[in-house]
Design a protein around this ligand. Structure first.
Ligand code: GLP
Length: 241
């Protein structure tokens, strides 16, 4: 585990962008695992900037997103489909058909989740996985639990996550109660993992992930067993380390 501390959130996010950019340069047909949430927005801005400067070409890149809410349309302003289009996909030359976000409206969620895992395997697995972290230590939407779930699956969102994510919705009542998320197995299978955490709100989750027990009550703690994981932190997120 490599812990990289930066003075500002901007720097932590740009560092993540530089690792992603070097991956795209070294392996133009790479598979990127992407995350939503406010944390990686500056990372995506930097990737867009590098693309506009002519340094990056996404034409052969494939992407798989971590998660999606269940039961809101893809066009909903808070859907992760829309988030990715607005914050990255519409601004670079990635092929729309090479971008994947879990379907939160599938008739058979279990079948769709299994198909999502298989699609990642068929694409050759994820080269670099971007992660944020929830205040309760969740990654993707893998909430604190008594086990680590391997594959893509449906999750019940916790009160803490609903509370944290309500800022994006008109009211707390509108926040979906369920989501579909890549499992811990699929995240751990990525060849490289970048966990970006910024702000003092994330300090406890980061401390628990780095120093606590490796335990599903803090899902990010399992990342310590990954052979190639970077924690990219600003001063706030690193303040309890
Ligand atoms: C959501 C997402 C996570 C994200 C987390 C933190 O719950 N499912 O992937 O890491 O929020 O979000 P933020 O970066 O906005 O703090």
């Amino acid at each position: 585990m490599r812990i990289c501390r930066y003075a500002t959130a901007e720097q932590a996010c740009r560092a993540a962008a530089l690792i992603l950019a070097s991956q795209v340069i070294r392996k133009p047909d790479c598979v990127l695992g992407l995350a939503t949430g406010s944390t990686p927005i500056p990372t995506y801005k930097e990737l867009i900037r590098l693309y506009e400067e002519g340094l990056l070409d996404f034409s052969q890149v494939t992407s798989f997103n971590l998660d999606e809410y269940i039961g809101i349309p893809e066009e909903h302003p808070c859907s992760y489909h829309r988030f990715m289009r607005e914050n990255l996909f519409d601004h670079v030359n990635i092929r729309p058909e090479a971008t994947h976000v879990p379907n939160g409206n599938a008739e058979d969620m279990a079948a769709a989740a299994g198909a999502y895992d298989r699609a990642i395997l068929e694409a050759g697995g994820i080269d670099v996985q971007v992660l944020g972290i929830g205040r309760n230590g969740h990654i993707g939407f893998n909430e604190p639990d008594d086990s680590f779930v391997y594959g893509c699956h449906v999750v019940q969102l916790t009160k803490s996550t609903i509370e944290a994510n309500k800022r994006f919705f008109a009211s707390e009542d509108e926040v979906p109660r369920q989501a579909v998320s890549l499992g811990i197995g699929s995240i751990m299978n990525a060849r490289c993992v970048l966990l970006i955490a910024t702000g003092v709100d994330k300090a406890k989750a980061v401390r628990d992930a780095v120093y606590g027990e490796i335990d599903p009550s803090v899902q990010a703690s399992i990342l310590r067993t990954h052979p190639n994981v970077f924690f990219l932190l600003d001063e706030g997120a690193a303040s309890l380390l």
